[in-house]
Design a protein around this ligand. Sequence first.
Ligand SMILES: [Zn+2]
Length: 472
Amino acid sequence: MPVRRFALILFTSVFAVSTFPGSLLAQPAKKNADLLVTGGLLVTMDASRTVYDEGAVAIKGDTIVAVGLRKDIESQYSATQTIDARGTLIMPGFINGHTHVPMTLFRGLHDDVTLDEWLRKYIFPAEAKNVNEDFVRWGTRLAAAEQIRAGVTTFADMYYFEDAVAEETKAAGMRGVLGETWLDFPAPDNKSESAMIAYTEKYLQKWQGDPLIHAAVAPHSIYTCSRKTLDDAAGLARKYHAPILIHVAEMKKEWEDSKKQNGASPVQYLRSIGLLGPDVLAAHCIFVDEEDRKTLAQYKVGCVHNPSSNMMLASGVSPVPEMRAAGVAVGLGTDGPAGSNNDLDLMEEMDLAAKLAKITKNDPLALNAKAVVEMGTIDGARALHMEKEIGSLESGKKADLILIRLDRPNAVPMYDVYAQLAYALKGSDVQTVVIGGRVVMRDQTLMTVNEDEAIAKAREYRKTIAASLGLP
Ligand SMILES: [Zn+2]
């Protein structure tokens, strides 16, 4: 654990001397902050991966203004609100790079079937009969409660009625990259292409410049969107400088069909039509060869690995170590939550990402604990093209941070903080969550979501969804 103790002590004394040359004893006036988080084991995930044994973070508005040793930060800043973080681990909030949050209401509807059967027999009929704006709102609210509890502060979503997802995400105080899904067949929200374009354009206009919500366009995949749909989606997104979210090379059949129909892999097909770029977030990227990995790096496409989903659906294994070696930014996602996970706990994905790489390569060194913690934080931010805003605790970045309890049996003893985070600590150990300087969970009590109401509503939905499919 490199500790920058000496540099900060030096900086502090220089500051004191130069501000008050006449008296070394005089204390400089403290600077104002809105929130101080002090006293925990601080894992910054900055470029040198600095860890402070007893650190602190000063926050003004939605931004971090200082990060360092507790005694230095406390001597320099006073704040209206303080969180005593002693006994906890402070780190950047987790980034869930790929999910479909309203599908929480379909959690466990039917599992242990093939993707094709699950989609055809259960999810498409269930969506056609049940998904409306109200469904999306309650599903998102439930997911917000679940994600905040697990320390997720930013998530990337692809679903329908995404404007309602955005409103609920904003109300929960979470950060979201939220893509309205485009398909070639009628969706629960938009029944025609013109309706889809009109809805999405209005949606992109509405959220321009919002501090928490990044409205995006999500052409579902190359196997559900024609060339025209992909072109139109990319064109509209780029008109508004909005991110493009898409599933890429997630199934063997998708790769085989693309080879047959386009004479190219999914990645090379997307490159050839001009869709790839530094505004693209590609979920899965399982069937990507060396040339594809080079292309993804060259076009600065962000990729999201979803180990739970890939294992549950037996889709295959993304070559994550090779992608990282090629310079691709690879984050982590839960996917699902229905049929392919079934929860929204990113710490579980960190654990599984490391273990899946190890077992597939028959090499325990294939992907280590530090790498998967990077994927859950700073590399997730890079994949979302938001590394200037989030992903690490540094002055000037958004104040998205979490406190994790270190007083439970599974937290002790600790020899390596990254190994503890990847393999021992759980989402349920998250104690307090701050997003954009706002405390959204304090001591495991949610402040922005009425959790009881969301849970009760989910149980009600279970009855109507089951009845709509003729299930008990
Ligand atoms: Zn997905």
